[in-house]
Design a protein around this ligand. Structure first.
Ligand code: CA
Ligand code: CA
Length: 303
């Protein structure tokens, strides 16, 4: 299998980056990642004073996928997602929805053991739900830092990007230039107080190239759900985009009438907050596949 080690990390998604590895469509690639503090905070007694923020949120890559061209869609199957033995949880007054509550206090950092799918929070066992925080391709224009999510993917912090899921990203540059990092052993929806259980890990991704899907934002297929991910300056902005994106997908790609698509969203579309702490907010719209298929079937019968 092709391997991309964490000797190759980026701090911005850029079309200028030299590929760390090359893959053919249909190949599986293993990526080895750092946690968002590049391992610095794993040292017992280390503090934010030891951490140079220029090296925050490293993503491993980029991987050049042969044949991927602007306008294509990169299909990424997350075949395996494993996290390391220790995760970092921290809280403080510098960011997040609790920054006023923690203003003026020293940040608190906890190092939590993760073993056999269980996180040990001071004797309390919390079942891990590993996810990928950062996964993206190079944008067409200026580089985008790995802290920011946009239509190229990036720091989406979406809990549905987990083992078994399939992510679709719009390709903007030749080779796509895929990078991945910022795993969480678990993260609450919204990532409200700044982080999840930040952790290093490994993932095996099967990459493929789809032609002319017309989808210019990230989408996820997770079990019985289709999910559209949207980014915006505000939650309102991101929420509206997520709804519009899914509406477009249901009408243009799934062939539903506008009325059926809108009513499907009314009945069973779940608007969910991914995160509220990054430079752009991310929101997702989820719909159940069975209802999409039933609506398609109804349309075919001309009802
Ligand atoms: Ca993140
Ligand atoms: Ca993170």
């Amino acid at each position: 299998m092709i391997r991309v080690t964490r000797d190759h990390v980026i701090y911005a998604f850029s079309k200028e980056d030299k590929p760390a590895a090359f893959a053919e469509p249909g190949q599986c690639v293993e990526f080895e990642t750092y946690d968002c503090y590049q391992g610095v905070m794993l040292r017992e007694g280390s503090s934010f004073g030891d951490f140079d923020r220029r090296f925050g949120n490293p993503a491993t890559g980029p991987l050049y996928v042969r044949g991927a061209m602007p306008g294509d869609t990169l299909k990424i199957e997350i075949q395996k997602l494993e996290v390391g033995p220790v995760g970092i949880l921290d809280i403080g007054g510098s960011s997040g929805a609790l920054k006023e509550a923690f203003a003026g206090r020293e940040p608190v950092i906890k190092r939590l053991c993760v073993r056999d799918g269980v996180i040990d929070y001071e004797g309390i066992a919390v079942a891990a739900k590993p996810m990928i925080g950062v996964i993206g391709v190079a944008p067409a224009g200026e580089p985008v830092g790995t802290l920011t999510p946009m239509n190229h993917g990036g720091n989406m912090d979406c809990t549905r990007i987990e083992e078994g899921a399939v992510l679709y990203l719009p390709v903007s540059v030749q080779g796509a230039l895929l990078s991945v990092g910022d795993f969480h052993a678990i993260m609450g929806e919204g990532e409200v107080a700044n982080c999840g259980v930040e952790i290093e890990g490994r993932t095996v991704l099967k990459v493929d190239v789809l032609r002319q899907t017309g989808i210019s934002w990230p989408m996820v297929e997770n079990g019985e759900r289709w999910i559209a991910i949207a980014c915006g300056d505000t939650l309102d902005d991101a929420a509206h985009k997520a709804v519009e994106q899914m509406f477009w997908f249901l009408c243009q790609k799934m062939g539903l009438s506008e009325v059926d698509a809108g009513m499907l969203l009314d009945m069973a579309g779940d608007l969910m907050i991914c995160q509220i702490v990054n430079p752009q907010k991310t929101v997702r719209m989820e719909v159940p596949k069975w209802l999409v298929h039933s609506m398609q079937e109804k349309g075919r019968k001309g009802q």
